[in-house]
Design a protein around this ligand. Structure first.
Ligand code: KG4
Ligand code: ZN
Length: 337
């Protein structure tokens, strides 16, 4: 089956075509970063309007690259969670096209898209695996037994890991989106100048709490001249604290589930220090570790086409409605038989 996937949940407009036999045939991403940069964060109304401008040209390109509309046998769109106006653009376009082309259509959970993105790669892991999902809106560890079979082992009690990166980047005077900029600044940092806590690692359990870290950064920098080197030193210590915390919790999750494979997904999964630290832990403790390629860690259409493909192949269908779900707990997803 050949599936067109559309992603418009936040600040990336993306489209892709995934084919069950040949894999990913085409994908395109347009990032709205420049549009929102002046405001220091995503402006929902501007995001929706830009999706309206960009989605159809992107969609036409991927469909043409993948052999034209006649070959498309299903359509998947991000139905939630996300910004409601932004979601509605993808939902309405997907549903209308499905009606016109007489093909089935399915609303995909954005986080399921991220969670299954490592399966887009050649060396894809088999089920079961433990997934560390670290994005701008979510941080969670889940045991994945199969499609839709997600047991949440722990999640963030406050800020998501990506959110913590973004807020701390702002504190350090960096622009939006903060995660990649903070990571770049940290490369010039000197180890050991600052040290920040590893939240909730002293207690048992797999939940996370990252909101205290930015306060720790504020307190440590109080009264200091914020020159480039000091900012880079703080960025490095912050990144080390987040990475270390995530590694400790992943190790705990692997011990608890006795699972042999760890999968990392979501925007923070693009962080090279995190990838390296988890690969090292995998080698040390004997787990397999998989990631999507960097561009499929952050939001993209390939992960939506791919997740939609699996759900459509499992026979799942949605009635002919346009469905945008700004809040949609991952645990409400249906298992597929
Ligand atoms: O998955 P994603 O693209 O969107 C959501 O679904 O939220 O994740 C975006 C988040 C942002 O918070 C961004 O700052 C963070 O991922 N991020 C990074 C890096 N690249 C993106 N954080 C740390 N290091 C990076 N290299
Ligand atoms: Zn995302």
């Amino acid at each position: 089956m050949r599936v067109l996937g559309l992603e418009t949940s936040c600040d990336e407009t993306a489209a892709a075509v995934y084919d069950g036999a040949s894999g990913l045939l085409a994908h395109e991403i347009y990032s709205q970063v420049d549009l929102h940069a002046a405001y220091g964060g995503v402006v929902p109304e501007l995001a929706s309007r830009d999706h309206l401008r960009k989605l159809l040209p992107l969609l036409e390109k991927v469909v043409a690259d993948a052999g034209g509309p006649a070959a498309v046998q299903g359509i998947a769109y991000t139905s939630g969670p996300g910004l409601v106006g932004a979601l509605l653009v993808g939902a309405a376009v997907a549903r209308s096209l499905a009606y016109a082309w007489r093909v089935p259509c399915i609303g995909v959970h954005h986080m399921e898209g991220h969670l299954l993105a490592p399966l887009l790669e050649q060396d894809r892991p088999g089920f079961p695996f433990v997934a560390l999902l670290v994005s701008g809106g979510h941080t969670l560890l889940a045991e994945v037994q199969g499609l839709g079979q997600y047991r949440i082992l722990g999640s963030s009690l406050d800020d998501a890991a990506g959110e913590a990166f973004d807020k701390t980047a702002k504190l350090l005077g960096l622009g939006y989106p903060g995660g990649p900029q903070l990571a770049a600044l940290a490369q010039r940092g000197r180890p050991g100048v600052f040290s920040f806590p590893r939240p909730l690692t002293e207690r048992p359990g797999l939940d996370f709490s990252f909101s205290g870290l930015k306060t720790a950064v504020v307190v440590a920098l109080r009264g200091l001249a914020l020159d480039d080197q000091t900012r880079a030193d703080a960025a490095l210590a912050f990144e080390e604290a987040v990475v270390d915390t995530l590694v400790i919790k992943c190790r705990r999750a692997m011990q608890q589930t006795r699972c042999g494979h760890l999968v990392i997904a979501g925007g923070v999964g693009a962080n090279l220090q995190l990838r390296e630290a988890l690969s090292d832990a995998g080698r040390k403790y004997g787990w397999g570790v998989s990631y999507p390629r960097i561009e499929f860690c952050t939001d993209n259409g390939a992960m939506i086409a791919h997740a939609g493909y699996h759900r459509l192949c499992a026979g799942q269908r949605e009635p002919g409605i346009i469905r945008a779900r700004p809040r949609w707990p991952l645990t409400e997803l249906l298992e597929t038989g």
